[in-house]
Design a protein around this ligand. Structure first.
Ligand SMILES: [Zn+2]
Length: 289
């Protein structure tokens, strides 16, 4: 039987395990398929596939952080062509934007007479791009404010003097971007999406392909509701653990949620159909997955 965990992070984003270590663990756990789904980057895919050889299948994936009305809506992509130039260009643009935003907030604060040490702020982000919570913590640590709440109230909130708007994708744009790379788009962990049935209804016309029905934090009710929606809209039901490492607070072990039987084939087929629509058969050559 195929044991597929379709949601795992590596050190390419915020995971603790290198792609090679992730593959080793997956083989040890006797999984047959994993998907490498790092946040907004595809850098972990190739090393994982190289390490996997023929011991385990590694699906090229991604988890795009999208937002609607300040609400996070993560969209997973599967069977993406990671090297698609337009796709990579868009990812790099967002990376650059996130990097610059942190620095711009620190520059604004300096202009207000509140100098922060950039390397220290960056260290608080622990390798991730610097966001408002990191700057807020730096302000607390430097003694400028009593707590992060005050940091937001006085400086970093939407109307604060050090606020820099963040460039984000809408969930629809995330789906479009995944399709551009020849992949299938799946709504990640509906439990973390407020009013997810309404979100699914809105994203189906935008081309949503699936829902992550099986997820460690899902209650039986959420799972049932997600399954019902998937059936109603003919979406692929997927599953994965959202593995980030061992003993990561709030995160589960690799293999603790699995994709249902037939899922991987359904995703592959849907990706192939989408690609067939994008590229006329006459122009299709060999593809790199
Ligand atoms: Zn994730």
């Amino acid at each position: 039987m195929i044991q597929a965990d379709l949601h795992a992070h590596t050190t390419a984003s915020d995971g603790q395990f290198t792609p090679e270590e992730l593959v080793r663990l997956a083989v040890h756990l006797e999984l047959s398929v994993i998907a490498v789904t790092d946040h907004d980057t595809t850098a972990g895919i190739a090393p994982a596939q190289l390490a996997a050889r023929d011991q385990i299948a590694v699906i090229p994936g991604i988890e795009l952080g999208a937002r609607r009305d300040e609400q996070k809506v993560d969209v997973l992509g599967y069977f993406i062509h990671a090297r698609h130039p337009d796709f990579q260009q868009r990812l790099q643009h967002f990376q650059q934007n996130r990097l610059q935003r942190g620095q711009q907030m620190v520059q604004r604060l300096a202009a207000l007479g509140i100098p922060l040490d950039w390397p220290q702020v960056a260290a608080l982000a622990g390798g991730e791009s610097v966001g408002r919570p990191h700057v807020a913590r730096a302000l607390v640590e430097a003694g400028y404010v009593a707590d992060t709440r005050e940091a937001f109230d006085r400086y970093l909130g939407r109307s604060g003097p050090a606020y820099i708007a963040r460039e984000t994708l809408s969930p629809e744009e995330a789906i479009e971007l995944i399709h551009l790379a020849g992949g299938v788009a799946v709504l990640a962990h509906p439990i973390y999406v407020p009013d997810f049935p309404a979100v699914v209804e809105r994203l189906v016309p935008a081309g949503l392909d699936g829902i992550e029905v099986y997820y460690p934090a899902h209650s039986a009710e959420i799972e049932a509701r997600a399954r019902e929606l998937a059936e109603m809209h003919h979406l692929v039901m997927t599953g994965g653990s959202d593995f980030h490492g061992l003993n990561v607070p709030g995160k589960a072990m690799l293999g603790s949620a699995l994709a249902p039987p037939g899922c991987v084939d359904a995703l592959r087929e849907r990706a192939a159909n989408g690609q067939a629509q994008l590229i006329p058969a006459s122009a299709r050559g060999s593809t790199d997955t």
